[in-house]
Design a protein around this ligand. Structure first.
Ligand SMILES: Cc1cc2nc3c(=O)[nH]c(=O)nc-3n(C[C@H](O)[C@H](O)[C@H](O)COP(=O)(O)OP(=O)(O)OC[C@H]3O[C@@H](n4cnc5c(N)ncnc54)[C@H](O)[C@@H]3O)c2cc1C
Length: 142
């Protein structure tokens, strides 16, 4: 029999982490949710950054995916401006860069991703089999 899930920790407070928290509540999860992000601001929309915020057409507060009170109402604890530097699977805990450790019953990893540079964009010395596309060019496929 699986152990009860009382506390879910979400690492990443971007669109992915936010949607995970929203969906958990929508699906009726009543336990504790802690969402951790390294940015200072609560979760915000990325795409209007360049077109509206930097152009001066929208204040930053209008970019929040949900206002601060929303997360309080839904009992989602935001822990912002901290890095998760360690995941201890045995103890079921994440370690933060401020020395704090937070235990979890379930962990959602929603920390985004980085673009992998294409082989063409790498300097010559880094090009090789390890940096080739997974799919060969069409004429080489069988
Ligand atoms: C300027 C801009 C414009 C964009 N425009 C569009 C668009 O028009 N259409 C579109 O579809 N997409 C657009 N995107 C992309 C879109 O915003 C991303 O695809 C989306 O934000 C990815 O969400 P995510 O939650 O997976 O990752 P992220 O948004 O990267 O969120 C990951 C979060 O995890 C946190 N994190 C990572 N590692 C750790 C750690 N170790 N400890 C604690 N926290 C951590 C980060 O601080 C971050 O908050 C745009 C992005 C930008 C920057």
């Amino acid at each position: 029999m699986s152990a009860p899930v009382n506390r879910i920790v979400i690492v990443g407070a971007g669109h992915g982490g936010t949607q995970a928290a929203l969906s958990l509540r929508q699906l009726g999860f009543e336990g504790e949710i802690i969402m951790i992000g390294r940015e200072v601001e609560p979760t915000y929309e990325r795409h209007p950054l360049s077109r509206e915020y930097f152009a001066g057409d929208k204040p930053f507060e209008h970019l929040y995916i949900r206002p601060q009170e929303f997360w309080e109402d839904r009992r989602v604890t935001l822990k912002l401006d901290v890095w998760v530097v360690r995941v201890d699977v045995q103890r079921r805990a994440v370690g933060l860069d401020n020395g704090e450790a937070i235990t979890f019953d379930a962990l959602v990893w929603a920390a985004g991703g980085k673009q992998i540079p294409s082989a063409q964009s790498l300097p010559n010395e880094y090009r090789g089999p390890h940096s080739r596309s997974v799919k060969p060019p069409r004429e080489d496929r069988t």
